[in-house]
Design a protein around this ligand. Sequence first.
Ligand code: GRF
Length: 197
Amino acid sequence: MAARVAILVSGGGSNMLALIDSMTGDHPARPALVLSNDPAAPALARAQARGVTVAAVDHRPYGADRAAFEAQLLRPLMAVRPDIVCLAGFMRVLTGEFVARWQGRMLNIHPSLLPLHKGLHTHRRALQAGDTEHGCSVHEVTAALDDGPILGQARLQVQPDDTAETLAARVLTLEHRLYPAVLRRFAGGDRTRLDLV
Ligand code: GRF
């Protein structure tokens, strides 16, 4: 029986697409839901075009009440009973209580070589820090932001003429290779770290 994967998105969903398109054939997982905090997220139409069930819970009416938002976010998730939850460009911070429901079964992709540059604006910060290497990380989600066990990394050499924009584009290409590779391994029960070269 294939593992059921729910993917949480906020925007374009390029990582979501890479994950969906990878879950075919003898892959041990299949997409069960794409869920967004933004009903207008382009990712939703892109998932529907691939026949994946979608849902959205607008976070804005809940303001700072994260628990109230998450109580609604939980409903479509519980309806599909995911074995694995993948955050893919999901831009809301989740509470420890919510994360605890999928402890050890929730993954995220972050555009830096963690533990470097947790949080936002990672490409600009890598340039400002003079990093010669940069890249992306897939990690297990824990209550602490961008802090869980690392399951995979992909890295590149920062070029002298790189800007935050060119770096973001090059890292995104790495993300689209790394996340599907880690998910396939993880869904097959293998948590050994994957370093893409
Ligand atoms: C990208 O900046 C990516 O680095 C990060 O989330 C953002 C949107 O990704 N993981 P996506 O195209 O929505 O997957």
